[in-house]
Design a protein. Sequence first.
Length: 331
Amino acid sequence: MARDGARPTYDPAGHDNALRGALQDLRTGRWMAMRTLLADTTSWWQWTQRTQILAAAAAGTDVVRTWLAEEPYSGAAAVMHARVGVERALRARREQHRRTRELWIEAWRAARAAADLCPQDPVPWVCLLALAQLDPEQRWEEHREPPPDPMLPPGPWGLLAQTGKRDAYNREAHHRMLQFLYARGGSSGRLAEPSGYAQWAAGTAPPGSALHVLPLYVRVERYRRASGHDAALDLHWVAEDAAREARRVLHTWFEQTHRAERSLLDLNHLAHALWGSLQFRDAARVFEAIGPYVTPPPWMYRTRNRGGAVQVFRQARARCLAAVKDSGTEP
């Protein structure tokens, strides 16, 4: 059982010790550990997750470019080149950089090249999906295809389908689709489309799929847009529909999947939802699975203090573990 005072830390590698080692090497400008790690990665869920985290660390360096120059026919290097390109394009958009469109086109070309070189790999298609959020007006034809359900809006459904052919229910692909729908609606837009999409995706997913967690992300986004950290708004979490939603995710995802396959972000969102809806004993089980690895969202939206996410996490964890201790049972 985790100690109440165990110091939370943000570590993108989380429980993946092999990834942590590759990240350390990458930060010193070396790529061989990354190459070895990816060569040893055998599942699509882990390949998708590791390439995303590695790209976030590599985006401010030339490490992947160096690797690709050394091994121009390497599929893994091509995929990482696309990953880094996407990360740079998305960062440029957030910072309103004048080179955003140029970086967008470069990333799109890199993703298409990786898709050609690695036809069975879902990640190049995930990259193309990620770039769709840069086109909220849906000027590109591939971003306004008809949906699989009449209740859903037009969007990059063909890209999502291509990902699904290679890795059904790919977690990141569906999160990228959700981000596209946020962008399509604007920063202050209604959340009916993202909410409908999250419910549809969760409703079509098998037990254990991370897609069951999607509605919790939309609920956090709704809270964030309402400015959060207000006592009245906390009723948002204790409402019966919120509590029911958290329980459903616990039963359809958390209890149906292997610990190693759970995303830290998903775990933190579920712990947050269960704590917020006063289901402390169930939340304690999720905190046990999290260990010390806090993720800034969703905790950061519960405080006005910059960097206060860790303190909110600690308070929530302590409250839930205390409830278990008081009951005299293990979570």
